[in-house]
Design a protein around this ligand. Structure first.
Ligand code: PLP
Length: 382
């Protein structure tokens, strides 16, 4: 048979073979080999009884990871931003007053989504690189007694600052507000206690401290949040993200109905990643992140690099350091990648060009990565 020109063109395109990288940016982070193996298993139907059983296990493992008994705990089919949007579109109605804490790019994203939901948004601003101040939240809520929801980012990946989620939730509840918390970068890396801290709706991402492939967003909704959803005056404006609809797909055996086609192999990956996390134990995973952060910190400081965030508010899994005077940001990152196979992150938003973000997340939080990064940075900066 004679090949058509389309066939000839297609065969000229080589299969993609990703280069070997050490992912030490703000995410995605290194995926554990067992998780990569899990993704490559044969796809089965998304309503297959064996897949349904797997979904139940994923829900249980996620509850343990979020430290919650919330029934509605499942991975949204989409990246962290879809989890963010899922929490906000379900809990906000047009005309609601919503307080959004902003201390970086992801707080800004929450604000934009809340505005698109038709909310009157009040912002509580903290300098980039600092935690959100619970007293500033208290003052904003005292000035806005109609507020019904408070949203904040627990671990602000754009700066490396961690806010006190428990303190912020306490203030919000004193003012009868629901709490939406972003734990995309914290889950698996530092403590997240959904029930103990009273967080009402929480989302995360698979691509940071869970050592998993990107593309899913674990979420959990507590009873107060579900009551708010049930009491809505208007339908949720997003069909895909309406938790009332998608919950029927993630509901238990016998009640499950088609909603959308789940990314089956990504769910295999998350299952394996959560198994790994709980084989290690959450507390031990948090301690590992802290241990390797301490080593990286000592090495970065020895290289003369200064941290952006004060020590008490610093995330171990996201190390933001100032770019020294006269050093070319892009050149350093390019040489790290090309000569050493190491990805480190650039600054975002108002910190673009001023900082590097060095991630130690999940499977990537390891001694060999710390040493490789310090050796490479030392050579590139020499
Ligand atoms: N929230 C935080 C704190 C993040 O770091 C990110 C991504 O880096 C997101 C939300 C959005 O997640 P995604 O890029 O998976 O949509």
């Amino acid at each position: 048979m004679v090949a058509t020109s389309a066939q000839t063109q297609a065969s000229a395109v080589q299969a993609f073979r990703p280069p070997r990288r050490i992912l030490m940016g703000p995410g995605p982070s290194d995926v554990h080999p067992r998780v990569l193996q899990a993704v490559a298993a044969p796809t089965i139907g998304h309503l297959d009884p064996d897949f349904v059983a797997l979904m139940e296990e994923v829900k249980g493992l996620l509850r343990r990871t979020f430290r919650t008994g919330n029934i509605l705990t499942f991975p949204v089919s989409g990246p962290g931003s879809v989890g963010m949007e899922t929490c906000l579109v379900n809990l906000i109605e047009p005309g609601d007053t919503v307080v959004v804490c902003r201390n970086g790019v992801f707080g800004q994203r929450m604000e934009q989504i809340a505005r698109r939901c038709g909310a009157e948004v009040v912002t509580v601003d903290a300098p980039w690189g600092r935690a959100v101040d619970p007293e500033a939240l208290e003052a904003a809520l005292a000035r806005n007694p109609r507020a019904s929801l408070v949203a904040f980012v627990h671990a602000e990946t754009s700066t490396g600052a961690q806010s006190d989620a428990q303190a912020l939730a306490e203030v919000a509840h004193r003012h009868d507000c629901l709490v939406v918390a972003d734990t995309v970068t914290s889950l698996g890396g530092t403590p997240v206690e959904v029930d103990a801290w009273g967080l009402d709706a929480v989302y995360s991402g698979t691509q940071k401290c869970l050592s998993c492939v990107p593309g899913l967003s674990p979420v959990t909704f507590g009873e107060r949040a579900l009551e708010r959803v049930r009491g809505r005056r208007t339908p949720v404006q997003s069909w895909f993200m309406d938790v009332g609809l998608v919950a029927d797909y993630w509901a238990g055996e016998g009640r499950r109905t088609y909603h959308h086609t789940a990314p089956v192999n990504a769910v295999y990956a998350l299952h394996e990643a959560l198994r790994l996390l709980h084989e290690e134990g959450l507390e031990r995973a948090w301690a590992r992140h802290r241990l390797h952060h301490e080593a990286l910190k000592a090495g970065l400081e020895a290289l003369g690099l200064a941290f952006v965030v004060p020590e008490a508010e610093r995330l171990p899994q996201l190390n933001a350091v100032r770019i020294p005077e006269g050093v070319d940001d892009a050149e350093v990152r390019t040489r790290m990648l090309r000569e050493h196979g190491i990805e480190i992150g650039a600054g975002l938003g108002e910190l673009a060009g001023r900082i590097w973000r060095i991630g130690l997340m999940g499977y990537g939080a390891r001694e060999d990565n710390v040493l490789a990064c310090l050796r490479a940075l030392g050579q590139v900066l020499a």
